[in-house]
Design a protein around this ligand. Structure first.
Ligand code: HEC
Length: 132
């Protein structure tokens, strides 16, 4: 009887531990990132998306794949894997959150701030928005 109780307590502890770690593992941009305004005007978006597509091809496709599904050859051996950018969990984020992640990186996702200009990062955000 005592032993059974111990098992129950231990498995409850394990379940909550797994819950916490998987939750922490999801990459969340900090609060302020959500409100970052996309500075590229609606009338300039088509041009911006075109520039973003070029940047994506040369800089991101290797890991995120041609359609952004996270299946690029450069990402095969990485843990965690390059994110599938067509998923709802990415689409549901604001432009600012995606911009923040591209800017700051995490794990094998490169920190693009020193490599791409601010405008280039917004161009690539606008392109990522078009992925289906
Ligand atoms: C070296 C491989 C690699 C390259 C190149 C790369 N990424 Fe990533 N990217 C990753 C990995 C790995 C993750 C997941 C990181 C994590 O969850 O810790 C990621 C995550 C992301 C995310 C976050 C999605 C989310 O909400 O969790 C975005 C957005 C993103 N990448 C966009 C880009 C863009 C845009 C480029 C090109 C400018 C790029 N990546 C280039 C590997 C790469």
């Amino acid at each position: 009887m005592k032993r059974q109780l111990l098992y129950i307590v231990l498995s409850l502890a394990l379940v909550s531990f797994i819950g916490i770690t998987t939750q922490e593992d999801r990459w969340k941009a900090p609060k302020g990132a959500k409100e970052l305004k996309n500075p590229i005007k609606a009338s300039k978006r088509t041009e911006s998306v075109k520039r973003g597509a070029k940047i994506f091809k040369t800089r991101c496709m290797i890991c995120h794949g041609a359609q952004g599904k996270g299946d690029g050859i450069g990402g095969k051996a990485l843990t965690p894997k390059p994110q599938n950018l067509t998923l709802k969990m990415v689409k549901s984020q604001t432009d600012g959150e995606i911009f923040w992640k591209i800017t700051n990186g995490r794990n094998d996702m490169i920190k693009w701030r020193p490599i791409l200009s601010e405008e280039q990062r917004w161009d690539v955000v606008n392109y990522v928005r078009t992925l289906k």
